[in-house]
Design a protein around this ligand. Structure first.
Ligand code: SF4
Length: 462
């Protein structure tokens, strides 16, 4: 139920007669990663055609638009703004023409030196059309490089810092790259005669693309008529993947950072039950991202799992709106309590996170109104106290409830009988990689890629 804004989703296909259709289906499967805008850039090997629009994938890509796009190579993007405001100019992929020809880029993440690089270009007279980091990347790439095209990409990737999973398309080539920390996921797939790249592996399944592997942190993969070539571009590797992808963002049927998301969430729920047991009659998940953790909590505690909330699937995720008052209204529309399940019961509510606390408070109120006798809130990660500079747009730190209030105060504000968060160490024990291979900055303030002084979400949004 986090009211943090999403990252973005990437999908690309190179060398398939139905690449446009596959990209449409892939973006549809990644819709949870961004619902503000969607876009595709396609090529038949000579011309490049682009379409971007505000809205959901099925709204942006009408049958007429799909008809206009070209096979056999396409990159696509779904977006929720992390830098740059929400408008069509900032929709991706971006397509430019430079001395090297046409290049399109789609970006998931956030550059910590994006503003600094942009300033340098502007001081030399460059003009920017959008407020996005992706445009800075294209400016870097457009500079002539005597060593050739591949070197130009490598040099560009070495100059940018922060979180970036990237997809580039030119008439003859698709290039994918993942930052040296591997903050955001990026997967490689194979189909007859071609290759595909997606933010999450589950996006391949809808169109029968075989999942090959994840891109390594600091890896650049070039796909063209000669096949696939891989290079490690990073001079130094320091993987710290975003563990919040496992807790909240990614789909449960995806494999990211080497393991299945659903399995990790069940483990988180089990660990939560051990660390914060409760005397209760029922465990109920906050759907959908709390489902697997609630299952784990129930398995470990022996308290039966019941579905106490029913979710409307026809309302966008709660943070997909700009103003606070809208959010409260949508929270009420989105989830309703099944009164006969919770009436007179002591319930453990399992959720993935609390950001502002507004959605949690509304849920608890609904449970009380439906007659729940006790409400014990359990959260499958630690309290969020710090902002994210790596591609997730949490609100201002002053709006993070755990940054402003003690647990006792939160109990009062949220109206619960008890509250328990999974500890940082326990959370890290639920994933299979070494603990120092995950980013935990939004919980402990340990930013593995230094954040320039004065950088905050407001300076990023320009
Ligand atoms: S700060 Fe939090 S949300 Fe951002 S990359 Fe790190 S773990 Fe993920």
């Amino acid at each position: 139920m986090a009211d943090a804004k999403e990252a973005c989703g990437l999908f690309g296909v190179f060398g398939a007669p139905d690449a446009v259709e596959k990209t449409y289906l892939g973006l549809f499967a990644l819709q949870h990663r961004g619902q503000e805008s969607a876009g595709m850039v396609s090529t038949d090997g000579k011309e490049m055609t682009s379409h971007r629009g505000m809205g959901l994938v099925f709204e942006v890509f009408t049958p007429e638009v799909i008809q206009r796009l070209k096979n056999p190579s396409v990159i696509g993007h779904v977006r929720y703004s992390t830098t740059g405001s929400s408008n069509l100019t900032n929709a991706q992929p971006m397509l430019i023409t430079c001395a090297r020809g046409k290049i399109a880029v789609a970006h998931n993440g956030n550059l910590v030196n994006g503003a600094e690089l942009r300033k340098k270009f502007e001081e030399k007279g460059s003009i920017f059309q959008s407020t996005m980091d992706s445009e800075v990347i294209l400016h870097l790439l457009a500079r002539p490089d005597p060593k050739g095209e591949e070197e130009a990409y490598l040099r560009c990737l070495r100059e940018i810092r922060g979180a970036f999973s990237l997809l580039f398309l030119t008439p003859g080539r698709m290039i994918a790259a993942r930052d040296p920390q591997g903050f955001r996921p990026l997967c490689l797939g194979e189909l007859d005669g071609g290759y595909a790249v997606a933010s999450e592996s589950s996006a391949f399944e809808i169109s029968g693309i075989r999942f090959l592997r994840e891109l390594e942190p600091g890896e650049m993969v070039t796909i063209d008529s000669d096949g696939l070539k891989s290079r490690i571009f990073a001079e130094e590797l320091n993987p710290t993947s975003c563990i919040f992808e496992h807790i909240y963002f990614a789909r449960p049927d995806s494999t990211i950072f080497g393991e299945n998301v659903h399995k990790v969430r069940v483990r988180l729920g089990k660990a939560l039950a051990k660390e914060h047991p409760a005397r209760a009659d029922l465990v109920i998940p906050v759907p959908d991202s709390g489902n697997a953790a609630a299952l784990g909590y129930s398995m470990e505690s022996g308290i039966p799992l019941q579905f106490g909330f029913v979710r409307s699937h026809y309302v966008g995720r709660t943070f997909i709106q700009p103003v606070q008052s809208d959010r409260d209204v949508k929270v009420r529309i989105k989830l309703n309590v099944i009164r006969v399940v919770v009436e007179g019961k002591r319930v453990v509510v399992v959720d993935d996170s609390i950001i502002r606390g507004t959605t949690s408070r509304s849920r608890v109120r609904l449970l009380r109104e439906a007659g729940a006798r006790e409400v014990h809130l359990r959260i499958s990660c630690p309290p969020h106290r710090f902002p994210c500079y790596y591609g997730i747009d949490f609100p201002d730190p002053d709006e993070l409830i755990a940054n402003k209030h003690s647990l006792d105060e939160m109990k009062e504000i949220l109206g619960v009988d008890s509250i328990g968060y999974l500890g940082l160490k326990k959370m890290l024990e639920c994933v299979s990689g070494p603990p120092d291979h995950y980013c935990t900055a939004c919980w402990d303030g340990n930013y593995t890629v230094p954040v320039p002084d004065g950088l905050n979400k407001f300076s990023l949004e320009q």
